[in-house]
Design a protein around this ligand. Structure first.
Ligand code: HAM
Length: 443
């Protein structure tokens, strides 16, 4: 018999892990709501040209990593799964005329992205990003807002020691002269360049700076730095951003070698890392300014800035940090899985599924997390499985039901008492909120 597996580079998020990703998304949602970023959903696939134009033809993401969808007819549209959400959001901004809205338009989305990357720890072919975009403001104040928001997300999900690396990569006024200097430098070192990099030198020299080839490390370290070639407007923008970050008390590290892997960036470039773990593989998130993107996609010249934070990497870092610290930021105070039911309804009569289902339905209508055991097993087995689920209480239906009563067993405390059926919701609410010390308000 053939066995089936999830595609290479993808992962099933089983319930515990899926609940954790939803928790990240909820934190992102709460945070962006406070900052005034409104949710947007764009398709998981777009015309391939949206990515080719927006992200750039000569980038790893487009050249090697795009999941292309084969057109169904010869003259058919060529699509691709989204490797990132920014290009699609910019396309939507143009398509729906969002420039007539009050500017900037602050947007956010969280969801899966697809890149045909070489799979390894922290690098998947389907991965999750929490993304924010502010379109229609040239900054630099809003650049600081976005950076502070990113750092606050890491703090709220429980990542310790997240920090931001910052650079300016110039704009169309100053970048050409810088690129000339860069090309001249690499030509001087042409003999030492690996063949793929030599090819890129002619097509997109900036990409050499973030080459993952170890042979490039020493050459890149001595390459001309864009910060030394910024025009006055870009230099002032960077100085303004730094002043705003200082005023907010947000620490950052200037990283002159930071260039980012997508072509749409101008000026501000940022990457988030856990302190001491800087390196291509470990970027927790990245972003920057893209003042030319909207125009590239057919809109009016409109500045924009945003970031994408990789949630799979957040999960990995939290696991690593929890290893060294058993009190773990994510640990549930009650000790059970965070999505454990408040109560499982079991019954002394293995055949009475009606009573169990009806009682659980009533509890759920009252706002409790209640599961009915709907098997035809003996009471002992039902209780055992309720315990394994991490349920706090078992509601036991037995002979007392004729007097309108049930046994309420506290599975955590090991105690049991008779409770009137009508009082059950109130008793359960009181019991669960007391036990959880307010970590989850079940009222
Ligand atoms: P990016 O740097 O390509 O930027 O990706 C952002 C983050 O997504 C990375 O820092 C990483 O955490 C995560 N990530 C990327 N590729 C993978 C992968 N194969 N597996 C797991 N995680 C991954 C962007 O995507 C831009 N759209 C960010 C942005 C928004 N710039 C402006 N607005």
């Amino acid at each position: 018999m053939r066995t089936f597996r999830a595609p290479r580079g993808t992962r099933d998020l089983l319930p515990g892990e899926a609940a954790r990703f939803l928790r990240f998304a909820e934190i992102a949602r709460g945070l962006t709501d406070r900052y005034g970023y409104r949710p947007i959903e764009t398709p998981l696939f777009e015309q391939a040209a949206v990515f080719e134009r927006g992200i750039g033809e000569v980038t790893d993401v487009v050249e090697k990593e795009l999941f292309r969808i084969v057109p169904r007819t010869e003259d058919g549209e060529s699509w691709a799964l989204r490797p990132e959400p920014t290009a699609g959001i910019a396309r939507a901004y143009v398509q729906h005329g969002l420039r007539t809205w009050p500017q900037p338009v602050r947007l956010t989305t969280t969801g899966p992205m697809f890149r045909y990357d070489r799979p390894q720890a922290g690098r998947y072919r389907q991965f999750w990003q929490f993304d924010v975009e502010a379109i229609g403001d040239a900054g630099p104040a809003i650049d600081a807002e976005i950076i502070e928001l990113g750092l606050r997300f890491y703090a709220e999900v429980g990542v310790k020691g997240a920090e931001v690396l910052l650079n300016s990569i110039g704009d169309p006024a100053c970048r050409p002269a810088y690129l000339d200097a860069l090309v001249a430098y690499y030509r001087d070192h042409a003999a030492s360049l690996p063949p793929t990099e030599r090819d890129r030198l002619e097509r997109n020299p900036l990409r050499l700076l973030d080459s993952k080839d170890p042979a490039m490390a020493a050459i890149n370290a001595a390459a001309p730095r864009i910060v030394d070639h910024l025009c006055q407007a870009c230099a002032e923008h960077l100085a303004g951003l730094r002043a705003h970050l200082d005023a907010l008390g947000v620490g950052y590290r200037l990283e002159p070698g930071l260039v980012r892997g997508l072509d749409y960036y101008t000026r501000t470039a940022i990457e988030f890392y856990v302190a001491g773990r800087e390196g291509q593989q470990q970027a927790l998130g990245g972003g920057g300014r893209y003042d030319g993107l909207i125009e590239l996609l057919g809109g009016q010249p409109t500045p924009g800035i945003g970031f994408g934070l990789g949630l799979d990497r957040v999960a990995l870092v939290l696991d690593e940090q929890a290893e060294g610290d058993p009190s773990g930021a994510e640990a549930d105070a009650a000790g059970g899985p965070p999505d454990a039911p408040d109560a499982v309804v079991v019954s002394a009569d293995p055949a009475d599924t009606v009573g169990r289902l009806r009682t659980a339905t009533e509890l759920r209508a009252a706002g409790l997390r209640a599961r009915a055991d709907l098997g035809h097993r003996k009471l002992g087995r039902q209780l055992e499985s309720a315990g394994r689920d991490g349920a706090h209480f078992a509601v036991i239906l037995g002979d007392e039901l004729t007097d309108g009563q049930v046994q309420l067993r506290d599975l955590k405390a090991g105690s049991q008492r008779l409770v009137g059926v009508a009082d059950l919701p109130r008793e359960l609410k009181r019991g669960t909120s007391q036990h959880r010390h307010g970590t989850r308000d079940s009222s």
